[in-house]
Ligand binder design. Structure first.
Ligand SMILES: Nc1ncnc2c1ncn2[C@@H]1O[C@H](COP(=O)(O)OP(=O)(O)O)[C@@H](O)[C@H]1O
Ligand SMILES: [Mg+2]
Length: 273
């Protein structure tokens, strides 16, 4: 499964009728297999941006291309085979009466049947630790597990691009760990992972590229060590973002912006008392 290159070309999106400019001339290229996290304060346009990737929203101006092909001519159903989008609110995604039926819906729509379908569903449920809950009604699961179910239902479609809107928000500790492990497994297969997050630790640790949005525009775009470096703190602050604790500690200890725990412990051991 080769993940396509994604390109947004001068994309603006205005919500009608009020004409709210949610995206303002965004140009962004994401190579196949990249792990990218979008950060930015509420209302900065993150959800609007990712909804352009599977055609749920269309640009008011500009274009979105997958491997050079404009998405304009393709329906959401067609794009769904390539770009899987996990909503922030699982209750806007979940509709089936059982966990199993929920997860089977997407791959069945893509044409999977019989054993192939069962394997896709079983693998997705196992990845998020819900394999024992196949017959459970989704509404009997807690919030954290409903979010994992929403993730599994997209995983089961085995799309080359996986997009997640705030996957760790509202997650308990074990759920957040499952999300991190799942994203690592998906990325290891060469698939593209694009997530929105408010969790700076998660952003710094699980992604190779951080894109910051402010008022519908790209403010910063680089590796976690560049975006969270001290020289970028003013820009982060201007969009009400704080660098991860590790970046602040790293800067103070002269270890750069993405020190590992081992580096910090070492530096503190060597520091004069
Ligand atoms: N359906 C909508 N109708 C009108 N305005 C919207 C709609 N959805 C989002 N917006 C506005 O678009 C801007 C960007 O929103 P959004 O993409 O949801 O930001 P984020 O995900 O970063 O919080 C905000 O000003 C928001 O109020
Ligand atoms: Mg949002």
């Amino acid at each position: 499964m080769r993940a396509p290159d994604i390109r947004l070309e001068e994309v603006s999106h205005l919500y009608q009728p009020a004409g709210v400019r949610a995206l303002d001339d965004v140009t962004l290229q994401v190579g196949g297999g990249e792990r990218l996290v979008l950060i930015g304060q509420n209302g900065s346009g993150k959800t609007t941006l990712v909804r352009h990737l599977n055609g749920l929203l269309r640009p008011t101006r500009g274009r979105v291309l997958l491997d050079g092909q404009p998405t304009a001519g393709r329906t959401v159903a067609q794009l769904a085979a390539t770009v899987g989008l996990v909503f922030q609110d699982p209750d806007r995604q979940i509709f089936a009466g059982s966990v199993e039926a929920e997860v089977a819906f997407g791959p069945r729509n893509l044409g999977l049947r019989g054993r192939e379908l069962r394997v896709a569903v079983g693998e997705a449920l196992a990845l998020v630790g819900l394999e024992g809950q196949a017959r459970t009604n989704p509404y009997d699961l807690g919030e954290s597990r409903r979010k994992l179910l929403a993730l599994a239902s997209v995983l089961a479609m085995q799309t080359p691009v996986l997009v997640l809107d705030e996957p760790t928000t509202g997650q308990d500790r074990s759920g957040a760990e499952i999300v991190r492990e799942t994203l690592a497994a998906v990325a290891a297969e060469g698939r593209t992972v694009i997530a929105i997050s408010h969790d700076m630790e998660f952003a710094a640790e699980s992604f190779q590229r951080v894109v910051t949005l402010r008022a519908g525009r790209v403010l910063l775009d680089g590796s976690p060590s560049a975006v969270f470096a001290e020289r970028a703190w003013e820009a982060l602050d201007s969009s009400y973002l704080e660098p991860p604790v590790a970046s602040r500690v790293g800067a103070r200890l002269g270890l750069g912006s993405t020190p590992t725990a081992a580096m910090v412990i070492e530096a503190l051991r060597d520091a004069p008392q």
